[in-house]
Design a protein around this ligand. Structure first.
Ligand code: ISL
Length: 653
C-alpha cells in the first residue's frame, strides 16, 4: 500500500493520512500545545496546503517550508500495515529485561580510573541477581575517544583501556553461561577520522576508500557544501584545506559520516557485523541508524524545519531516501536468525517507527524514539520540571497505536540523558518514591524495558560545580558556543549543567565510598558518598533497587506482564490506571499511579484483588474503599487466585 503523491493542492487531512505527515503534524501540534483535533476536524482538515503556506509565510512556514515537507512526504510513500496480533511465540528479546552498561563508568578492575571488561565480568552476579536477561554494552571498540567510543577507529579491536578481544570473548561466555545475552553498540553511520578507511580516503583522492565517505567541494566563497549543522555545534562539514575539500560529519569533527550509497563500503560493514555475530554476540543496538541515507544532491536544509527539529538539514537524512532499502539489506546480509536489531532513531515519530519495525518488513525489531523524553516545548537543556502526566498521555497513545502492530522499547534513561528522577522532581525527599514509581511503570507496561546503569539505584543528576568537571564533547562544545555568543561563564555553565550527558556517565555507585575504582575516576563525581549505592540499597528492603529486583521477578513469574494486552483506564487528573490482561482476557494485574507531588483520591479494587507492590512499601488494602494515593505513590494489585504462583505474593505471606 502506498500513499498518494501530495502537492500544494492536497489538504491537511491528506497529510494526516500520510505516516510521515502525521508524525510531522503531531510534532508541531505537541510543540504548540495543541490537540490533534486541530487537524482531524473537518474544517481544518479540508484546508489546502497552499492556503496554509500563505498563512504560515509571515512565520517562516511559507512555500519553501511546504516544498520541503512535500519533498519529504513524497520520498516515503509506504503505508504501515493494519495491526495484526502475531501468531508466533514471543522472541527472546520480547520477554527480556535489558540493562545498558556504559563500560567507562561501570567497574574499573585495574586501577586506572576507567571501567573495563574484566570489571564488568566481576559484576555479572549483581546483574543476574537483579534479574536482567540481556546486557547492552555501549561501544568498547578501539577509539580515540573524541565521543567516548562512538568514534570507532577499528571495529575488530577492543579499546586497550577496556581490555582485549580475549576479555570480550570471556564476557560473552560468562554471560551465556548465566543464560544472559549480550548486544553491542553498532556505530555505522560514521567512523573516527582515525579509522584506516578515512585515513586512506584522505591521503589519496583516487583511493578506493574515497567513496566510503562523503567528500564534496565547498560553495563559492569558501562556504561548506550545504547549511547542515552538526549535532555537536558548528557546520556538519570539516574543511581539508590542502585539497580544498569538505567531508561530512553530523557529529564531532572526528566522526566522519560513511557513504551508504557505496556498495563496497556496505559490504565491509556487513562482514564486520557477521564477524561479531560469529563471536557469539546476540544482536546490536544500532547507533543513529535512521541517519545513514543521505540524498546524493545534499540540498540545503529548510530553516523553519531546522528550528523546529533543532538541527538544520535534518529533514534530508532522518528518514533518508534509501533508508528502508539499506536496513533490509543490512538485516538480510549481516544478521543471523535469532539475533536482535534495535535501532536508535532520533527524530522518528510513531508512524514512521512502524515502517521500521513492523514484523515482516525485514528491517528492525525495535526502535528507541525520543519524543517522550521531554515535555513538549522543551529541550534537554531547558531547566524545567518534566510532567509525568505527559508521559502517561504519550505512552497511552504510543502503546495503543504503535503497540498494536510493533513491539515497543521502554526506557527513560541512557548515556545521553540526565537522570529521570531529577527531571521530574529533584527534591531529595521524593527520590526513593519516584525511583520506585518509575520502576513500577517501566516494568508493568507492554514492551521491552531497558534499564540504564544506576537507574535501578534511583541515581540522580550530579552536582557538578565547574565546567572543568565535565568531559562530554557535546557539553564542552556547547559551553564554548555559549561563551562565543556573549554569555558569561556562570550562565553558560548553568545551561550546560541542566542537560549535560555527563549526569548519566558518573561512575556506578557500588559502596558508600564509591567502589568503582581505587584511582581518581575519569569523570569527577563530587557527590560520591551521598549517592545511592548498591551495598546500602541491598541492605534496605524499601530501596529503589529492591523495587527493580522484585518487579523484574514478578514480571518473570506471570506472562500477563510481558505478553498480556494492556487496557488503559479513563483519564483522571494526575493519576494513571491500567490493567494487564491474562490470555483468557480477564484482568490479571491492575496498576494505580499518582503521577504528581500532591495526594490523589482513588478507589481501591474490590474483593478478588490483592496488593502486591507499592512504591511506599506499605501493603494494606481495603477492598473497594475510597483511599488516598500519596505523592508519587504507585500500587500494583494482582488477582488473588494468581498470587499462589507469584514471587511477590509469596514474599508477603
Ligand atoms: O545527545 C544528543 C545530541 O543532542 C542526541 O541527539 C544524540 O546525539 C543522539 O541521540 C545520537 O546519539 C548517539 O550517537 C551519537 C553519540 O554521541 C551518542 O552517545 C549516541 O547515543 C554519535 O555517535
Amino acid at each position: 500500500m502506498t500513499a498518494p503523491l501530495l502537492t500544494l493542492s492536497s489538504r491537511v487531512r491528506d497529510v494526516w493520512a500520510h505516516p510521515l505527515g502525521r508524525d510531522a503534524a503531531t510534532k508541531i501540534l505537541m510543540q504548540a500545545g495543541l490537540s490533534r483535533h486541530w487537524v482531524d476536524n473537518p474544517l481544518t482538515g479540508a484546508l489546502r496546503l497552499r492556503t496554509l503556506a500563505r498563512l504560515g509565510g509571515p512565520f517562516g512556514a511559507g512555500a519553501e517550508f511546504f516544498d520541503a515537507l512535500l519533498g519529504l512526504l513524497n520520498t516515503h510513500r509506504d503505508l504501515p500495515a493494519a495491526p495484526a496480533r502475531p501468531a508466533t511465540a514471543p522472541a527472546w528479546w520480547q520477554e527480556a529485561v535489558f540493562y545498558q552498561i556504559y563500560p567507562r563508568s561501570f567497574q574499573d578492575s585495574d586501577g586506572d580510573g576507567v571501567g573495563d571488561l574484566p570489571g564488568i565480568i566481576s559484576r555479572l552476579d549483581y546483574l543476574q541477581e537483579l534479574g536482567v536477561d540481556a546486557v547492552w554494552l555501549s561501544p568498547v571498540y578501539d577509539s580515540p575517544n573524541d565521543d567516548n567510543g562512538y568514534d570507532i577507529r577499528d571495529y575488530r579491536a577492543i579499546n586497550p583501556e577496556f581490555g582485549t578481544l580475549a576479555d570480550m570473548d570471556h564476557l560473552i561466555a560468562e554471560l551465556h553461561e548465566r543464560g544472559m545475552r549480550l548486544i553491542m553498540d553498532l556505530v555505522i553511520n560514521h567512523t573516527s577520522d582515525e579509522h584506516p578507511w578515512f585515513q586512506a580516503a584522505l591521503a589519496d583522492p583516487a583511493s578506493p576508500y574515497r567513496d566510503y565517505y562523503i567528500f564534496r567541494p565547498g560553495k563559492a566563497g569558501g562556504a561548506p557544501p550545504n547549511n547542515w549543522v552538526s549535532f555537536f555545534s558548528g557546520p556538519a562539514w570539516r574543511h581539508y584545506p590542502e585539497q580544498d575539500v569538505w567531508a561530512m560529519h553530523l557529529f564531532t569533527a572526528k566522526q566522519m559520516d560513511l557513504n551508504w550509497d557505496h556498495a563496497p563500503m556496505r559490504e565491509d560493514l556487513y562482514e564486520m557485523v557477521r564477524w561479531w555475530l560469529e563471536r557469539g554476540v546476540d544482536g546490536f543496538r544500532l547507533d543513529v541508524i535512521n541517519y545513514i541515507s543521505k540524498p546524493p544532491a545534499l540540498p540545503d536544509g529548510n530553516e523553519f524545519v531546522g528550528d523546529l527539529m533543532e538541527f538544520t538539514g535534518i529533514e534530508h537524512y532522518f528518514t533518508g531516501p534509501r533508508l528502508h532499502e539499506h536496513l533490509r539489506e543490512l538485516r538480510a546480509r549481516a544478521f543471523t536468525p535469532g539475533t536482535v536489531a534495535i535501532g536508535e532513531t532520533p527524530g522518528v515519530g510513531t508512524q514512521f517507527a512502524k515502517l521500521l519495525t513492523q514484523p515482516g518488513r525485514g528491517e528492525l525489531d525495535m526502535v528507541f524514539t525520543f519524543d517522550h523524553l521531554e515535555t513538549p516545548g522543551h529541550t534537554r537543556f531547558d531547566d524545567y520540571r518534566y510532567d509525568l502526566t505527559f508521559l502517561r498521555d504519550y505512552l497511552t497513545e504510543y502503546l495503543t497505536d504503535y503497540g498494536a502492530s510493533c513491539w515497543p522499547a521502554l526506557f527513560y534513561e541512557n548515556h545521553d540523558n540526565p537522570r529521570m528522577i531529577s527531571k521530574v522532581d529533584p527534591r531529595p525527599e521524593h527520590r526513593r518514591t519516584l525511583g520506585r514509581l518509575l520502576a513500577l511503570i517501566q516494568l508493568t507496561l507492554p514492551g521491552t524495558p531497558f534499564i540504564y546503569q544506576g537507574q535501578e539505584l534511583g541515581a540522580v543528576n550530579e552536582p557538578f560545580t565547574d565546567i572543568a568537571d565535565l568531559r562530554d564533547v557535546e557539553s564542552l562544545n556547547r559551553y564554548a558556543d555559549l561563551l562565543a555568543s556573549g554569555h558569561g561563564p556562570r550562565e553558560a555553565f548553568a545551561q550546560v549543567l541542566v542537560g549535560t550527558r555527563d549526569h548519566a556517565r558518573t561512575p556506578m555507585g557500588w559502596t558508600a565510598d564509591g567502589g568503582f575504582t581505587t584511582a581518581v575516576p575519569w569523570l569527577p563525581s563530587p557527590s560520591t558518598g551521598a549517592r545511592p549505592n548498591v551495598a546500602d540499597s541491598l541492605a534496605d528492603p524499601s530501596s529503589v533497587l529492591h523495587a527493580y529486583r522484585d518487579l523484574i521477578a514478578l514480571r518473570r513469574s506471570h506472562p500477563a506482564l510481558t505478553r498480556g494486552e494492556v487496557v488503559f483506564g479513563p483519564k483522571a487528573p494526575g493519576r494513571w490506571r491500567y490493567v494487564r490482561m491474562d490470555d483468557d482476557r480477564t484482568a490479571a494485574f491492575r496498576i494505580e499511579l499518582n503521577l504528581t507531588d500532591t495526594p490523589r483520591r482513588f478507589t481501591e479494587p474490590g474483593p478478588g484483588w490483592q496488593v502486591v507492590f507499592t512504591t511506599s512499601g506499605e501493603l494494606t488494602h481495603d477492598p473497594g474503599a475510597r483511599s488516598i494515593l500519596a505523592p508519587y505513590d504507585g500500587r500494583l494489585y494482582a488477582r488473588t487466585h494468581l498470587c499462589a504462583r507469584m514471587h511477590l505474593c509469596a514474599k508477603m505471606q
